[in-house]
Design a protein around this ligand. Structure first.
Ligand SMILES: [Zn+2]
Ligand SMILES: [Zn+2]
Length: 454
């Protein structure tokens, strides 16, 4: 059949509005709206038949029941629903009623056309309302992961809004010991702060084993500045609670749920966090990041550089220490699961490489040692030997007892590439972030995280 014959068969199901008529031919003549297609076909058929022009009021259409005249209205409802919310990208989705979807099939079938001819009502509604939302809010459509998702429920007559999370990337230093990375609920009261009706003695009724955490000293500030409902901390691995995190710091992402602001001044935010944390924790190199940066930060294989204060069980000489460290440098270490690690963790032997090992004797029984190793290397055991469960070890090579009395992590580096990849940021680079990325390049191989707590 010709297109005019098809149009006649559709128009015969009077009243069908121009948009519903044109939508059946949506794949033809790019650059027209369905409303324009429908109107043109109606007129062309009338001219061909020399019939009087009989326009159909969209409100009377049996297929869409007038919805094709409501694009502006729905767009205005969307814009009103996000008033005061800052966003750059959006997407519109439509949930048509089952009746409307049936009408669409029926319209085509009655005219002898394929039931999926042209395009679906909901595609047109998404596009037409979406275009108008973009104009009204001065934002752009994003079919991937937009800042804001609108769902138009036509049957319930509601606009649902999902404001997606915003993400801030950075590096933190933990300048004091005994601060966990994330909030650590008390194991005596399961975080409730109470044993029965009495305040829990172990945590003083706070519900947390430690008063502060890196998360608690940083995430609430970001949540407040972005005016979100909640915030979550994602770290690139974590150091032991009793280890400091110094040097170039550890990558992290703070996720803010339902933010009303997202284009925040990161330098100012950095200052706000550092003031709030009062020297216990410091952040730097903050950037606005994408959703994908969370997985990258948590999952990128990273090597670690440690500084350990070591106490020996018997006096040793400077030359002995140097020789032992030279033997460790470049060594492949076999580590049976350490005795201090959670018993629930499966026992197995890990193989990890030591990239660099240097150190200096303080006196005959004390030294400061710096080790750069693959992710997953148990550093306390590399020093102590863990009763022969780690081989080789500093204690084993020196043939004296050796124990780490204080441990700091001084660098966390992506093994194959820097954490700071421009593709994962939403803003322009600041100079500090560029510096950090350059420092990352000094590393080589691959592995997982370094401690037992995650
Ligand atoms: Zn219609
Ligand atoms: Zn408790």
């Amino acid at each position: 059949m010709s297109i005019l014959a098809d149009a006649r068969a559709l128009v015969a199901q009077d009243p069908v509005c121009d948009a519903c008529l044109g939508r059946v031919f949506a794949e033809r003549s790019h650059g027209l709206t369905n409303d324009e297609r429908g109107k043109s076909l109606r007129i062309a058929a009338e001219l061909d038949d020399d019939e009087p022009h009989t326009p159909v009021d969209t409100a009377d259409c049996w297929v869409c029941e007038g919805l094709c005249a409501e694009f502006d209205e729905w767009a205005e409802r969307c814009a009103a629903a996000v008033e005061g919310v800052e966003f750059d990208t959006y997407q519109v989705g439509t949930r048509p009623s089952p009746l409307l979807e049936e009408n669409e099939v029926l319209l085509r079938e009655t005219a002898g056309l394929a039931e999926d001819a042209g395009e679906l009502f909901k595609s047109e509604f998404n596009r037409e309302v979406g275009k108008r939302v973009g104009r009204l809010t001065d934002t752009t459509v994003d079919f991937g992961r937009p800042d804001v998702q609108f769902t138009l429920d036509l049957e319930a007559d509601t606009v649902e809004v999902d404001v997606h999370s915003a993400f801030v990337y950075g590096r933190y230093r933990k300048l004091e010991r005994d601060i966990p990375q994330t909030e650590w609920p008390c194991n005596a009261c399961q975080g409730s702060g109470y044993i029965g009706k009495q305040p829990c003695e172990k945590c003083d009724g706070t519900g947390y084993l430690y008063e502060d955490s890196v998360e608690g000293l940083t995430a609430p500030v970001v949540r407040d500045v972005m005016d979100g409902t909640d915030a979550k901390f994602h770290g690139a691995g974590r150091e032991d609670v009793d280890a400091r995190m110094l040097g170039t710091g550890r990558p992290f992402v703070i996720e803010v749920m339902e933010p009303r602001r997202r284009d925040v001044d990161v330098e100012r935010l950095e200052g706000d966090i550092n003031a709030f944390a009062e020297g216990r924790v410091e952040v730097e190199g903050l950037r606005l990041a994408t959703y994908e940066m969370v997985e990258r930060t948590k999952g990128l294989d990273a090597s670690k550089r440690y500084r350990a204060t070591v106490a020996f069980g018997a006096p040793i000489g400077a030359d002995e220490l140097t020789a032992a460290l030279e033997a460790l440098e470049g060594a492949t270490v076999e580590q049976y699961t350490p005795q201090r690690v959670d018993h629930r963790r499966a026992n197995l032997t890990r193989t990890r490489e030591v990239y660099e090992a240097t150190g200096e004797l303080e006196d005959a029984t004390h030294a400061t040692v710096e080790i750069h190793g693959a992710g997953g290397l148990y550093i306390k055991e590399l020093i102590s030997g863990d009763d022969g469960r780690t081989e080789p070890s500093l204690a084993g090579l020196l043939d004296v007892d050796a124990e780490v009395t204080a441990l700091d992590v001084v660098g966390v580096y992506g093994e194959s590439e820097p954490f700071e990849d421009e593709a994962y940021f939403r803003d322009e680079p600041a100079e500090a972030a560029v510096d950090a990325a350059v420092e990352d390049k000094e590393t080589t191989e691959a592995d997982d995280q370094e401690t037992a707590e995650e």
